[in-house]
Design a protein. Structure first.
Length: 527
């Protein structure tokens, strides 16, 4: 704790300290209005999808992700794929599930395969700025024209399918079918497919053992607990549902022993060999943070060491890998992707060389994951001189990863958090995890639309209660001040607090709690 630090300011629903002025409306670049970043060419396509049930916007029903009578009906997805002529069986697939890390692991692996010269499709969610980001081919989001052409070509089949299924096909199911179809049309060598929710009943789990190269389970945490059975054990059961007979399973981890036992038991029942990445990659390490060699932000210099599980002898040693994704959790994701790459190499994907692994890992960057804005971008947000970090952490586990990165690399920096969260997250645990090791000057609470709507957005007043409870349980003093519900107004308020508390120095503004608040900030830069 800093010697001069005595009270945590939780900015919400009270009066601003007189020494800190509220940013004037005249100076605001954006407000609460919804900023659309979609290509106008996709208006019909996006409108069609929005006419369907969207669980990202409304929230997932209790038990929906479990392999039970309450679970999603995977049969309707299989029938949709049959009507589309089973495009998902026309190429090899790596299927990735997990509570956290699946997006980063998928991106790392996709780039490694691309560096090896393979044609690679990648399907992920959610998106940050445009729905096109969810489907990429060879590292580039699908173009509006390509997506539109495919949509109109399969629209009659989709409409008939929706009718035959009594309107029960969802936004995610239809979009998943379109993604699988696009990868077939583009004739990819391999597709990296990220599960949306759980695994067993997720729409992506129509993949069969005949075309599955490997399945991957990154982590097991408490997110979406109600939808996945109500316990950590049921979540592990749901995610292990992507395991297919005789196909290798790469486990990221580390896992609690009994959770690992559940995952291994499922693999054993399916005669699937297991690779535990957190064990055989235990020799990997972060050596330090450096300026990226092309001048674009920071990166962490790492050694990637994959050891033989039996005798601890190195199988692969790649030194001084400069990861643009920061934090020990991202090193673990990179190690997991490396283990998958070695599994593929063993299956005959010979161009996945050590050098391809290095290039792929170093070229990976994702919006909103440990993303530092450039000085020019910070100035565009009227935060001149401030270090602005965007990180879409929204669970206790991801908050811990963010906290550890801050403690390791920015312990002496004065900082303010700007936070918005979805209503179905554990707000108190998230706040306690951050505050257990980081002492911000203030926490500014704001609101952001979730998947384009307010149904799942958490009110500032609700977040305030959670952060005060977390501070109370940790024995921290706090004072309350005024709210600003606009994201941009909250950024300006954070900046004013920093300058007031640091004798004019800009300090560090950390935007977190949801990928949707990150999206709001990045969208404002586009406008």
């Amino acid at each position: 704790m800093r010697a001069l630090w005595s009270h945590l300011s939780i900015i919400s629903n009270c009066k601003l300290p007189p020494t800190i002025r509220r940013p004037s409306a005249a100076n605001m670049m954006i407000s609460n209005r919804n900023l659309s970043t979609e290509d106008p060419e996709l208006r019909d396509f996006v409108g069609f999808l929005e006419s369907l049930k969207n669980y990202e916007k409304s929230g997932v029903p209790k038990g929906a992700g479990t392999d039970s009578s309450e679970g999603f009906d995977l049969g309707r997805m299989k029938r949709l794929m049959l009507r589309l002529h089973n495009p998902h069986l026309q190429y090899k697939v790596v299927h990735v599930a997990g509570t956290k890390g699946k997006g980063s692991t998928s991106a790392f692996l996709s780039n490694v395969l691309r560096a090896g010269g393979y044609s690679v499709g990648c399907y992920s969610s959610p998106h940050i700025l445009s729905i096109k980001e969810r489907i990429s081919c060879n590292g580039e989001p699908v173009s509006a024209s390509t997506l539109n052409d495919l949509f109109y070509s399969v629209k009659p089949i989709i409409e008939q399918s929706i009718q035959d299924e009594d309107g029960s096909l969802s936004h995610f199911e239809i979009f998943t079918g379109i993604a699988f179809s696009l990868f077939a049309k583009e004739n990819v060598d391999i597709a990296v497919i990220e599960a949306g929710l759980g695994g067993a009943r997720d729409a992506t789990n129509v993949i069969e053992s005949s075309n599955l190269a490997a399945s991957v389970i990154t982590t097991i945490g408490e997110e979406h607990m109600a939808a996945l059975g109500g316990s950590l054990e049921s979540i592990a059961e749901a995610k292990s549902g992507i395991t297919k007979h005789g196909r290798p399973v790469v486990l990221g981890g580390p896992f609690l022993p009994h959770i690992e036992d559940i995952l291994r038991s499922k693999a054993t029942s399916m005669s699937s060999p297991v690779v535990l990445a957190s064990n055989i990659g235990s020799g990997s390490s972060i050596k330090g943070i450096i300026i990226n060699k092309n001048g674009a932000g920071l990166c962490q210099a790492c050694d990637i060491v994959i050891q033989n599980e039996k005798d601890d002898k190195p199988i692969v040693e790649i030194g001084d890998v400069n990861l643009r994704m920061l934090g020990h959790h991202q090193l673990q994701n990179a190690v997991t992707a490396t283990c998958v790459s070695l599994c593929l190499r063993d299956q005959g994907w010979s161009r996945v060389t050590d050098e391809a692994i290095r290039i792929g890992l170093e070229n990976t960057r994702l919006l909103g994951r440990s993303q530092f804005l450039t000085p020019k971008e910070a100035e565009a947000l009227q935060l001149p001189g401030a270090t602005v970090l965007l990180d879409g952490a929204h669970t206790k586990e991801s908050a811990r990863a963010l906290k550890e990165m801050i403690e390791k690399e920015f312990a002496e920096r004065r900082l303010v958090f700007v936070v918005a969260m979805a209503s179905d997250k554990d707000h108190v645990s998230f706040a306690k995890e951050l505050l257990s090791g980081v002492r911000p000057e203030a926490v500014v609470l704001t609101e952001a639309d979730i998947a384009g709507g307010k149904v799942r957005s958490t009110a500032c007043s609700v977040l305030k209660e959670s952060w005060i409870k977390a501070a109370d349980e940790l024995g921290l003093g706090f004072m309350e001040a005024s709210e600003d519900k606009t994201v941009f107004g909250s950024l300006k308020l954070a900046y004013e607090i920093l300058k007031h508390n640091t004798n004019g120095e800009a300090g560090m503004v950390i935007v977190t709690g949801s990928l949707h608040i990150v999206s709001s900030v990045l969208a404002s830069l586009q406008h």
